[in-house]
Design a protein around this ligand. Sequence first.
Ligand code: PXL
Length: 289
Amino acid sequence: MQKRIVTIQDISCFGKCSLTVALPLISAMGVETAVIPTAVLSTHTGGFTGYTFRDLTADIPQISAHWQNLKLHFDGIYTGYLGSRQQVQMVADFFDAFSDAKTQVIVDPVMGDRGRLYAGFTPDFAGEMRTLCQKADVIVPNMTEACLLLDMPYLSTYTETDVKEILRRLTDIGCSTAILTGVQYGDGRHGAVAYHCESDQFCSAFRQHIPEQMHGTGDIFSSILSGALVQSAPLEKAVEVAVNFTADSIEATIDDLYTLPKEQAPWYGVAFESCIGNLVAYTKQFINL
Ligand code: PXL
């Protein structure tokens, strides 16, 4: 039976993040991908100036009402970048209308990275995002977002014990699984650590750190994770595939970074397209594609 996700986030027309990442990747994993675009921007907000922003907040309840009339059903709901507190509230209502015991609700609390908020966000937005995380089954923050959700100071380095403590505190918000992305240890490992509070189990996956900063990697990770979970992969496998595909895509981008003019190179995002063959192979490890 065809699995189906709805993903709720913006369309950044250029720059490879949010919906332009989620659509091709989740589809490549054999999962139908419906969308609710929250805003249309000419580019994402990281590293560009002068971008346009068309707010689509008013469309969210209308799309939801139409779909409720149609009695649509989704196996997963995956949310990313949300542009306002009002949108967070509407998305919470959407969860109430469309999730049942079998629906996996995955929230990537997109707010910032490397200790800084993305343009347009204020720290009080974290309180709103926390209420959405409370309603999720799985949350996927990076360290910056975890610190914002927990109202903790951002640390640039942390130990395995710190990471475990943060994950426990994240599940105390109310979700059963928390996955911390962009976890980096002093020995060069870079990856993700997950905690499932009901079984009190941790799992993790790592690759070798690549010292380049690229935009959109969090969206790649969350898209693959969502596709894998909806395809019934165990948490450990979903985290492993998400880390491996994200790292493959970063490695595939390195040559372009040095070929393009220095100021333009970050604009073009991560070259995940050349790795879609790997993604299909990874997905075949847990389902018949
Ligand atoms: O990748 C997260 C993201 C999504 N959407 C928009 C963004 C960002 C990060 O900067 O600006 C519009």
